[in-house]
Ligand binder design. Structure first.
Ligand code: H79
Length: 425
């Protein structure tokens, strides 16, 4: 059965955007959900909420008037743009996408379109996005904005607030014209070159209206990539459902998005963080299918990234520092997923990501009928003995810790490996 997410994930357009190469090579992105919900942190009137912290206004049916009071105390003085961008750089992140406005309707940047923004409605009074865009660019990290273009629980004409406003009286075109489009224009004008505008949960527009919307924004920055959730097949790359990896390789540019714990927005009682081992294995798995992993962090209301996210991302970065060749710039693996792990490709090379060492130390590749030239461990380049028996390749693995996170071996070969079970999005 189709999930809600799949319904929102309309396919990308037939024509490939010529500016996709950086995205295809990047493989590892950081998603940041940060808004007023980060200060609410999953608890309202003494009741704890679970799931997605950024949904608390909807879950607790918080009235706009009460939600405004959260803004009047929002003061994230712990925010430091260079700290966040440096964490991303240390973690091996190549692009960062942060919520400029989530469904709650609050602009986390200086907006002339609506006073409901971090400069005009909070004691903080500064625009954190200016510094963040700069800090990322300084480190060669592509920077982009998430913008919820249809849902806006703060606006009478915005999508999906039925506890303050009458759904039947809503005029979505007015909302688009008066808030979403002008705010997106601000974002595409005031923050330098953006790598991505990440749209989410489309609604309220026909295909023609979406096309007009896209055209109007594209002229401002023709190189900026739009995520597929802009709707109607008009995005530049495909996003799978939240926390979804396809089971077989997918051609073209695409991305899997994951939470680090079980929420996008900060929830103080959610401690279920994925370890660095889980992150590294997830990254290898997504890359082996040909996609990017954009992993989320949820900073708190003070502007600090949770310490577990910091720790596990730094460990991930350490692994990538020595194994990055097997991830960045690769395409999907030509060897189907095996009991021992997955593979990624570069011309003439297969990277074998051994996630589980076979007990007998013999690594089997069941279907690899090409001329194998040599096999070696990625980090120390030490060559390994191997045998070719018919279509099978058997590699004698050195001893290494069974609990190792991901040990990468390289096969250099000549010839063409046939694609197995390849899909196009
Ligand atoms: O920004 C993140 C989500 O808030 C957004 N997309 C990602 C990137 C998103 N919007 N809608 N949805 C995801 C799906 C909605 C799921 C819901 Fe629920 C199920 C809404 C109410 C029930 C999850 C669980 C959120 C609240 C409870």
């Amino acid at each position: 059965a189709q999930t809600m997410d799949q319904m929102w994930d309309s396919n990308v357009s037939g024509k490939e955007n010529p500016n996709l190469q950086w995205f295809k090579d990047a493989k590892f992105g950081m998603f940041i959900h940060w808004g007023l919900y980060s200060k609410i942190a999953g608890e309202w009137n003494g009741k704890r909420y679970y799931g997605s912290g950024e949904w608390i206004m909807n879950q607790a049916k918080i009235k706009v008037a009460d939600y405004n009071k959260v803004a009047s105390t929002f003061n994230p003085t712990g925010f430091n743009a260079d700290e966040w961008a440096q964490l991303a750089a240390d973690a091996g992140i190549k692009y960062m996408v942060i919520t400029a406005k989530h469904h709650e309707g609050f602009a986390m940047y200086q907006s002339k379109v609506s006073n409901f923004n971090i400069v005009d409605a909070t004691p903080y009074k500064k625009d954190p996005m200016k510094a963040l865009a700069e800090a990322n660019r300084k480190r060669g990290i592509q920077f982009g904005f998430y913008y919820s273009q249809f849902q806006d629980w703060h606006e009478p004409n915005g999508g999906r607030n039925s506890w303050d406003f009458d759904e039947a009286k809503k005029d979505y075109q007015t909302y688009y014209r008066e808030k979403a489009i002008p705010q997106l224009k601000e974002l595409l004008t005031n923050y330098g070159p953006l790598g991505i505008v990440w749209f989410d949960t489309p609604g309220g527009m026909t295909k023609e209206q979406t096309q007009t919307f896209v055209n109007e924004l594209r002229v401002l920055q023709p190189k900026t990539l739009f995520s597929s959730r802009v709707g109607q097949g008009l995005g530049d790359y495909k996003d799978f459902g939240d926390s979804e990896v396809p089971s077989t390789p997918i051609k073209g540019a695409w991305e899997s998005i994951y939470t680090h714990n079980d929420s996008w927005g900060y929830i103080k009682h959610d401690m279920n963080f994925k370890s660095s081992k889980e992150i590294i294995q997830l990254l290898a798995n997504v890359a082996s299918k040909g996609g990017n992993l954009m992993l989320n962090v949820g900073p708190d209301g003070d502007g600090k990234i949770p310490e577990y996210s910091v720790k596990f991302l730094q460990q991930t970065g350490k692994w990538l520092k020595v194994n990055g060749e097997s991830i960045y710039g690769t395409t999907y693996g030509l060897i189907a997923a095996q009991p021992w792990g997955v593979s990624t490709s570069k011309p003439g090379k297969q990277y074998l990501h051994v996630l589980t060492r076979p007990k007998n130390g013999k690594l089997l590749i069941p279907d690899f009928n090409v001329n194998v030239k040599k096999v070696y461990e990625l980090t120390d380049k030490k060559e390994l003995p191997f045998k070719k028996i018919g279509k099978e390749v058997w590699i004698d693995l050195p001893l290494f810790n069974q609990d190792a996170v991901n040990t990468v071996f390289v096969i250099e070969y000549a010839g063409t490996v046939p694609d197995y079970s390849l899909q196009t999005p």
